[in-house]
Write a protein that binds this ligand. Structure first.
Ligand code: DON
Length: 566
């Protein structure tokens, strides 16, 4: 009898708990440590969404896809379904993969489409028009990556974003300010009033509801990629094109495909660094910088010392000069990443400078490659209980993209065409210049700087990191990695400490106010450096796996970044 009672009670407990272990409670903050899983993103609602998927038994890819769709709702500044991005994956068996869901130039695009008769760039045409939009890649990218790696159903992982759009969510203080300051601009750019515009002013905590966006997400939930790239949503995109001078066609939408690519990787002081291949330049720049630093002891040179800032700035000038010459869409141009990352090439590349004097940018040219023939973004990091990791950066290009909302569909269009060299030799909005390798061609992907990255230590997952910030992205990720590896900072310190950046052209080092010691600034000026202050550079969301296996988050103070872990 007693045995029977025990057996009955055991089954009763199983029934009540649904055979699942109750997941540990979710911890939320900027710098938290958790045991099982972590999601760090630019908005508390998106991190909450991602962690709820992990707690349901989803893996890091399920959680990343759910976070990406949630960001499209609660972080319209950069989260999107009208833009694109790059996602780097490392599974617990050590295998790695990249899904490239970068936008493409429409088939009607042409090399000089943003130039007037005199060959000059028509002001604002590559950023503030329907013509500035590349064919969006996010929806196809999320569907493909989920098909290949997901555990839960697509329905389950997109539903939280639909609920967020339907029921609404409280806007943060920063968002209330940005919506208010962009109000006139939104009204000017759109025939109908977008959801981000309200009578009176937004305040922190006000609820933003987006029924039209919810309906678009429902069409994606019910019809997969056809819910976006054909049918009603596609019709709305094409109608929006007709309202201005847009050229995205039904064929462009129908033919868009996100692609899986092989990540780039390299060694730095015994750690393995995995990052994004072209059409982002981010991975190449990051690995070139680390390669050029390898022979130098940054630790001995000292954190933010005169010598360190000089060494890094010299390396950055060279990496960005190479970017301008060689980097573009690998489906259109040969990028020669193998040569650009060859340790012998990097050694030769980093000897022609004076330890006591800055090399003026005009003296720095792209490196000669043997065997070469001429021919407001947002990052989130996820780690799950199985040991899988995702590092993803996604964008509309600048804050709110083109600020044009597809009427009836409730989502913003990107202005990513500005990332092409719209006029080779003329800087884009990030001051980046580029050449033929990144000129506009129909169906080509524009060059990016996005650098979602993962670091392994002793063959095991160690860091997951990435950032927004246009041209400053690869140098921001570089600093986070060297802060941890060379300066032994924990992830919180590595993310929070000040940053600087040199991108060859324009010829100056920009640095966050208060970051560089006044004596070092004096020294740099004495070495002929030009210097510019900036409030912030980048906004990193990173994760570190601690020696005891716990997961530590570094959510940057530069923004509303939030980590959720359990
Ligand atoms: O792909 C790129 O490199 C740019 N479109 C990224 C833009 C960006 O990071 C804006 N955020 N601050």
């Amino acid at each position: 009898m007693r045995t029977n009672r025990i057996v009955i009670s055991f089954f009763a407990i199983l029934l009540i708990t649904g055979c699942h272990e109750t997941p540990s409670p979710v911890i939320t903050g900027r710098n938290i440590t958790a045991e099982h899983g972590m999601v760090v993103s630019a908005h508390p609602e998106a991190s909450k969404t991602g962690i709820s998927i992990l707690q349901k038994g989803g893996n890091a890819i399920d959680a990343a896809v759910a976070t990406e769709f949630a960001l499209a709702v609660c972080y319209p500044e950069a989260g999107n379904i009208g833009g694109g991005g790059f996602m780097l994956i490392r599974m617990n068996d050590g295998s790695t993969d990249v899904i490239d869901y970068r936008e493409k130039a429409p088939l009607g695009a042409s090399r000089d489409m943003f130039l007037d008769e005199k060959g000059n760039l028509t002001e604002g045409s590559s950023t503030e028009t329907r013509l500035a939009a590349g064919v969006p890649g996010t929806v196809d990218g999320m569907i493909r990556v989920h098909e290949k790696y997901g555990r839960l159903s697509f329905r389950e992982i997109i539903q939280p974003a639909i609920d967020l759009a339907t029921k609404g969510f409280p806007v943060t203080e920063g968002q209330a300010k940005t919506f208010n300051s962009n109000k006139e601009y939104f009204l000017r750019m759109n025939a109908s009033r977008p959801a981000f515009v309200k009578d009176g002013e937004w305040k922190a905590g006000d609820i933003l509801r987006q029924p039209e966006l919810a309906a678009t997400l429902e069409r994606i939930r019910d019809n997969g990629r056809d819910g976006f790239y054909s049918g009603k949503t596609a019709e709305m995109i094409i109608n929006e094109m007709k309202r201005g001078n847009g050229i995205i066609s039904a064929r462009d939408l129908d033919e868009y495909e996100a692609v899986f690519r092989k990540p780039l990787s390299g060694e730095y002081r015994g750690y393995r660094i995995i990052s994004i291949p072209p059409p982002s330049s981010g991975g190449i720049i990051l690995l070139q910088l680390l390669g050029m630093m390898e022979p130098w002891s940054l630790r001995e040179a000292g954190f933010h010392s005169l010598k360190t800032v000089h060494l890094i700035a010299e390396a950055e000038k060279r990496a960005f000069a190479d970017r301008a010459e060689y980097a573009g869409d690998p489906d259109f141009v040969r990028v020669h990443a193998d040569i650009l990352l060859d340790p012998e090439y990097l050694k030769r590349r980093f000897i022609d400078f004076d330890l006591n004097m800055a090399t003026g940018s005009m003296q720095v040219k792209a490196g000669a490659l043997t065997g070469y023939e001429s021919d407001e973004t947002t990052h989130y990091s996820v780690v799950d209980d199985y040991g899988n990791a995702v590092s993803a950066t996604t964008t509309l290009n600048n804050t709110f993209g083109s600020s044009i909302v597809v009427e009836g569909a409730g989502f913003l269009l990107n202005d990513q065409m500005d990332d092409f060299s719209v006029k080779p030799g003329t800087p884009n909005m990030y001051g980046l210049v580029g050449g033929e390798a990144n000129s506009i061609s129909p169906g080509k992907r524009m060059l990016s700087s996005m650098t979602p990255s993962i670091v392994e230590k002793d063959g095991k997952l160690f860091l997951v990191a990435g950032s927004p910030g246009g041209s400053t992205i690869p140098t921001t990720v570089f600093q986070v990695i060297t802060n941890v590896i060379d300066y032994k900072m924990n992830i919180r310190q590595a993310v929070d400490t000040g940053r600087f950046h040199d991108q060859w052209l324009p010829d100056y080092i920009m640095f966050e106010i208060g970051t560089i010691d006044s004596l070092v600034i004096k020294g740099l000026k004495g070495m002929n450096y030009n210097l510019r202050e900036r409030t912030t550079i980048g906004s990193v969301n990173a994760v570190e796996i601690l020696p005891d296996g716990k997961i530590a988050a570094g959510a940057d103070w530069r923004g509303n970044n939030t980590a959720c872990g359990y």
